[in-house]
Structure formats: C-alpha cells, structure tokens
Design a protein around this ligand. Structure first.
Ligand SMILES: C=CC1=C(C)c2cc3[nH]c(cc4nc(cc5[nH]c(cc1n2)c(C)c5CCC(=O)O)C(CCC(=O)O)=C4C)c(C)c3C=C
Ligand SMILES: [Fe+2]
Ligand SMILES: [Fe+2]
Length: 329
C-alpha cells in the first residue's frame, strides 16, 4: 500500500459519554482541571472544583445534555464524526488517493493518543493539525497543542506537523457562514437583528493577550459586511459565562433581555465560534436564551444552526488543508 503524503488530525473539545450526572462529572473533572481553561491557583481550585462545582453542577448539566442528546449520542460527537467522514471523502476526491483523517477530543474520547495511533497505522508521517475552533484561544486551541505535545512525549520519532491556529476571517469560512444565513433567510424570512453570539472567556484572559475576542469581533464584522448589514442590524456578543468574575462583553443573555424589553420584534441568532452544534448552541442558545428574549417581551426568536457537515464548510476545510500542505503532495 502506498503511503499517504500526509494525514489530517481534526480536534474539538470533547463531550460526556452519557447524559448522566456521573458521566458529566467525569467529563467536567478532566475539562475544568486543565490550567488552560481555569487558571486559578491549583490548591484553591482543587477545593472549589471537588467540593462545590463537581457536586452541584453535574446533575443540572446532565439534564441540559438530556434535552439535546440524540439516538447516536452527544450532538458534538455525532457531528464531529460526520465532519471526519465528509472531510476524508472530499480529500480523496481532491487528491485522487486516500488521505487519512482522524478525530481527537481534547477531553474524553477519542483521545489524542488514539487518533495518533490511527494516523500512524495509516502510514502518515506528516500531519496537518486542524483544531476546529475558528478563533484562536488559549483555552481551546492552545489546549489542543498541549494535549498533542503530551501525547507525542513518548514517541521516539515525532512526525512533521503543521498547525492551523485559526481561520476566523478565511474567505471560505465567512462565505460558508454567509451562505448559511442567506439560505436560512430565504426559507424563514429575515429578522430585525442578527446576533452573532460567541462562547465567552474571562476578560482577564483577553487582557493578558488571548487573541480570541478580537478574532471573534473580526469574524462578526466580516460576516456582517458579506451580508451587507448596517451597524444597527447586527451585534457581536459572548455567551456561556462560568463563575463570578467578569467575562468579555457584551453578554448574550443581557443583550437579549434588553432587546426584548426594548420591543425588538424578531432576532436571528448564529454562533460562529462553534464548528458543530453542541450543548452551548442547542440548549443554551436555542432553548434558554430563547426563553430569556421572549419572557422579556421579544416576539420571535430564530436560531441558525452551525456549519456542521455542510458541503461548503467541508470545502473550506479542504482549502485549509491544501493551503497548509504546500509541497507535501
Ligand atoms: C470554565 C471556563 C470555560 C472557558 C474559558 C471556556 C472556553 C471555551 N469553550 C468553548 C467551547 C465549548 N465549551 C463547551 C462547554 C463548556 N464550557 C465550559 C467552560 C469554559 N469554556 C463548561 C463548564 C462547559 C460544559 C457545560 C457546562 O457545564 O456548562 C462546549 C460544549 C461541549 C458539548 O458537549 O456539547 C463547547 C463546544 C470555546 C470555543 C471556548 C473559548 C474560546
Ligand atoms: Fe466552554
Ligand atoms: Fe452553557
């Protein structure tokens, strides 16, 4: 069998194995123990995490997962697997040969070690690493970097690797987002305002140099410009706050409440920080935040799905791979 010219490692966050308090506790323990995600001094954080958060949060969060859980499991996992299959098929078409594509999750399964073994077995000696985070953050992209490096620690012969740190204003990405919004509007009509809601991070992380919030603002501005919106028609906001400290603003839930009270009739919400629909979009945005807006007096709330395995999204991933595999094929 001919060796492939390279392999592709796609990565995302990870998700619990089941919508139960036990499985959510084990997932949150691994996720929230990562210093890249929560940087509180370790002894203090160990106490808060084990004595408070992992006692109170898992039953509540398991209920939220249960509302969005599908026949094949967590939406994030089902969609990530569909993206993996679609990307492998599109790369085969593009290169005229098999290019192995493996999926790794930063937390939970499949692990970075499992994905690495798969790629080695397929004969890949060079890797394109594509974290499926459009915007580069210390809490996500850098965490993938750490996990990958740890997984490689025992290897006597590390493969050549090229990293894609972000694609926040890549024309293929902005184009696919714009297509998805236009298609949604063609079917459901257009709202009074377009809210682009991104997962938040603590303000402190931005203050010490995390590029994520400014990349989110650039994504939102590029999408608004592609759609021809004026400044009154759109907003870039941040959701999913965790803990008591200040996170980057404006907050999605507070904005929706203000808009509901101010009599904004219809809002369309899209979440361009996520490559795949997940708990944060299907439950928090499409259920919780819908309720916030309607209870405050808003009339109509529409959630526009993530790009998931849309062909233009997969086409954008092929472009990213091709741009980064220069000289390797
Ligand atoms: C504690 C701090 C957190 C930071 C910082 C953070 C950054 C961050 N997260 C994502 C993407 C996702 N987060 C998801 C869930 C989730 N996130 C946090 C906390 C932080 N995230 C928690 C505690 C949870 C679990 C749910 C909960 O307990 O509320 C998910 C969904 C996973 C799923 O299974 O569906 C994603 C995806 C980004 C992009 C980001 C910063 C850039
Ligand atoms: Fe998160
Ligand atoms: Fe959330």
């Amino acid at each position: 069998m001919d060796k492939p010219p390279f392999g592709v490692l796609i990565a995302n966050l990870g998700t619990p194995e089941a919508p139960t308090a036990k499985a959510v506790r084990s997932y949150l323990r691994e996720f929230l123990s990562d210093r890249r995600v929560v940087d509180v001094p370790r002894v203090l954080w160990w106490l808060i995490l084990n004595l408070v958060i992992l006692v109170i949060r898992p039953p509540r969060v398991a209920k939220a997962y249960a509302k969005v859980w599908g026949p094949e499991g967590s939406p994030l996992m089902t969609i990530s697997r569909a993206q993996q299959r679609a990307l492998a098929a599109a790369l085969k078409e593009e290169y005229g040969q098999d290019i192995p594509v493996s999926l790794a999750m930063t937390y939970g399964k499949p692990t970075m070690e499992e994905a690495g073994r798969e790629l080695r077995k397929a004969g890949a000696e060079r890797l394109i690493i594509l974290p499926l985070y459009p915007q580069n953050s210390s809490s996500t992209t850098a965490a993938v970097h750490d996990r990958y490096s740890n997984a490689m620690a025992p290897c006597p012969h590390v493969p050549a690797a090229r990293w894609i740190t972000d694609y926040h204003v890549h024309p293929g990405y902005i184009g696919a987002l714009a297509n998805s919004v236009r298609e949604y509007w063609a079917e459901h009509g257009e709202g009074d305002r377009l809210m682009m809601s991104f997962h938040g991070i603590p303000q402190r992380y931005e203050d010490r140099g995390d590029p994520y919030p400014s990349q989110c603002r650039a994504t939102a501005a590029a999408l608004a410009s592609e759609l021809g919106l004026n400044d009154e028609q759109w907003i870039c906001s941040f959701q999913s706050r965790f803990g008591r400290e200040e996170w980057v603003k404006p907050y999605t839930d507070h904005t929706l409440e203000d808009w509901g009270k101010a009599g904004v009739g219809r809002v369309d919400v899209i979440s361009p920080a996520f490559a795949a629909d997940c708990l944060e979009t299907l439950e928090e945005l499409d259920m919780e935040n819908r309720e916030t807006f309607i209870e405050a007096g808003g009339k109509d709330y529409h959630y526009i799905p993530c790009l998931n395995d849309r062909p233009d999204h997969i086409g954008m991933m092929v472009s990213l791979v091709k741009e980064n595999a220069d000289g390797w094929s």
